[in-house]
Design a protein around this ligand. Structure first.
Ligand code: GAP
Length: 536
């Protein structure tokens, strides 16, 4: 599996994703999609929209405002309880999700260095002596407050570390951290764990922090309305339930889909675009008659699980995780997460919850407007149950990108290739002239590119030799390159054959086709019909 640093560096180098405000030192909690990134993420959103809205008779779309009436967030329960527990280090000032502290410690810089020490030869004799020696040398730089940096000798009475550790929840790893935490006298209101950033032992006891970003509507702060940047797109759908019902004349079961920005004051944003404070969601609220909810929930789980695989996510890298009963929101009947094997481990890609009738009932109560639905079958008024498949556009894009990443050796050279599904690829076709000094070749290539651009995102590139141009396109996942050469246009010795070479990104196979049939051939290739085209 590729590591995240390789993905971050590829994204920056090739214009997929840049750090926000980089020239000012950057903002770790937000990312900007560059020229290729915007095409790629738009493709993710478009495929989601097409498959979940346009190709279904029981779905419609919505684009609600980001700022909503403040009462919405009271009704939804976000004001009272949309919080995560956090802990802060009083030595270095960093904050962490208290419930994720083991994972953060597992992947923090100083623990990775300690792991190397534990794997090294000096740890075989006495691991604590090896750690103490590291702490007093390299450790001082990366974990200045680590307890053993100041210790004169190996603390007495510490047991063996039982290395190797299996992962952040391995009891042996937890015992190791606790041992570190107990090496000096602790203050009563601190957590018995070291700080992932400085190694110090002054992490505060966990406290809840509301995750909503406040904003003020109106020019004068004193009289302005305080509201929030929406932390999820879902509420825009619930408050428009009746509007959609009346205008779209839908009958239960039906759903409303929305793609849009959401904002959360995450305590520990990180892992690239996986957790940010500004992100995009792709959410569905699917309204069903009570009693049919469990069946619909399962249908959506199956459907959404298949969707990621349809566009390239490998079977081994995706799984469904059922929420335990103590994890469920009090109103939820059942919830599953679709998880992806990201470089930092299995993590949520999408949540699919059976939210019962909680949301519609709460908004009816807080707004005073009925959100009942008249069920023709039972001739009764009902409050529909809601099935909510809630995905992240950024997380999906990240998963597709990681899954597409391949490295291989070709003629003793490293080839990096993004094996995107053609519909996800930011550039579909690159048109390349074999000789950029041959006017006829260049002109023909440009003409071909202009024709193809009307149907597919296509680029013309003549800024390097052909081998280099192919590698560049492989690295950004362009499924097909079209090369125009001397044979295409002819020279003094032989007439033009008016054919071009098409190269497949994954197999690097080539096929020569007539320019006159290029559009039709391309349509076949995009549909995965390489073999048929070769036969023809
Ligand atoms: N309406 C339900 C809801 O918002 P959620 O599990 O909090 O549920 C749904 O969010 C999806 O939104 C997640 O599965 C994830 O893909 C994405 N998401 C949530 N918080 C995120 C963050 N801070 N950064 C990036 N994506 C996030």
């Amino acid at each position: 599996m590729v590591d995240m640093d390789t993905i971050v560096s590829l994204c920056k180098r090739r214009g997929f994703i840049f750090q926000s405000s980089e020239i000012y030192g950057g903002l770790g909690s937000a990312w900007d999609y560059g020229p290729l990134g915007v095409e790629f993420k738009n493709n993710v959103k478009h495929l989601w929209w097409r498959d979940n809205v346009q190709l279904r008779d029981d779905m419609v779309g919505l684009d609600a405002a980001i700022t909503m009436h403040p009462r919405v967030w009271e009704a939804s329960g976000h004001v009272a309880s949309f919080s995560d527990p956090f802990t802060g280090c009083t030595e270095c000032g960093r904050h962490y999700r208290a419930d994720q502290i083991h994972e953060v410690l597992w992947s923090c810089r100083w623990f990775r260095a300690v792991q190397k020490v534990l794997e090294g030869p000096s740890a075989k004799k006495n691991e604590w002596l090896a750690i103490t020696n590291w702490a007093k040398s390299d450790g001082k730089k990366i974990a200045p407050n680590f307890p053993l940096t100041k210790s004169a000798e190996v603390p007495a009475g510490v047991g063996s570390t039982e290395y190797p550790f299996e992962g952040p929840e391995d009891p042996k790893f937890l015992k190791f951290l606790e041992t570190l935490g107990n090496l000096i006298a602790r203050q009563p209101d601190t957590m018995p764990l070291p700080c992932p950033s400085c190694g110090g032992l002054k992490l505060s006891a966990p406290k809840p922090a509301n995750l909503m970003l406040e904003t003020f509507l109106g020019p004068v702060r004193e009289t302005a309305t305080k509201t929030y940047l929406r932390p999820e797109t879902a509420q825009g759908i619930f408050v428009n339930f009746d509007n959609v019902l009346q205008s779209a004349r839908k009958k239960v079961p039906f759903g409303v889909a929305q793609i849009g920005k959401a904002f959360r004051n995450e305590i520990t944003p990180g892992n690239f675009t996986f957790r940010t404070r500004e992100f995009e969601q792709m959410e569905i609220e699917y309204f069903v008659a009570p009693g049919t909810d469990e069946e619909w929930h399962q249908k959506w789980i199956d459907e959404r699980f298949a969707w990621y695989q349809k566009y390239g996510i490998r079977k081994d890298n995706i799984r469904i995780r059922e929420h335990a009963s103590d994890e469920l929101a009090f109103y939820a009947k059942r919830c599953v997460d679709i998880e992806y094997l990201f470089p930092m481990g299995w993590s949520e890609l999408e949540g699919i919850a059976n939210r019962t009738d909680y949301d519609l009932k709460r908004h009816a109560e807080f707004s005073g407007k009925s959100l009942d639905y008249f069920d023709e079958e039972s001739k009764q008024k009902i409050v529909p149950y809601v099935i909510e498949p809630s995905a992240g556009a950024d997380r999906s894009a990240l998963a597709f990108l990681i899954d597409a990443y391949h490295e291989e050796e070709v003629r003793e050279e490293r080839r990096v290739v993004l094996r995107f599904h053609p519909e996800l690829a930011p550039i579909k076709i690159a048109v390349l002239p074999l000789l950029k000094k041959n006017h006829q070749i260049v002109q023909t290539a440009r003409k071909i590119c202009a024709v193809l651009q009307k149907r597919w995102v296509s680029v013309y590139d003549d800024t390097a030799a052909i081998g280099r141009l192919y590698r560049r396109q492989d690295e950004v996942g362009t499924p097909f390159c079209v090369t125009v050469d001397v044979q295409t246009v002819g020279d003094g010795k032989s007439p033009a054959d008016e054919k071009v070479t098409i190269r497949d990104r994954d197999t690097m196979q080539q096929v020569r086709v007539a320019i006159s049939t290029l559009e039709e051939t391309m349509a076949n290739l995009m549909a995965g019909k390489w073999e048929e085209v070769v036969k023809q």
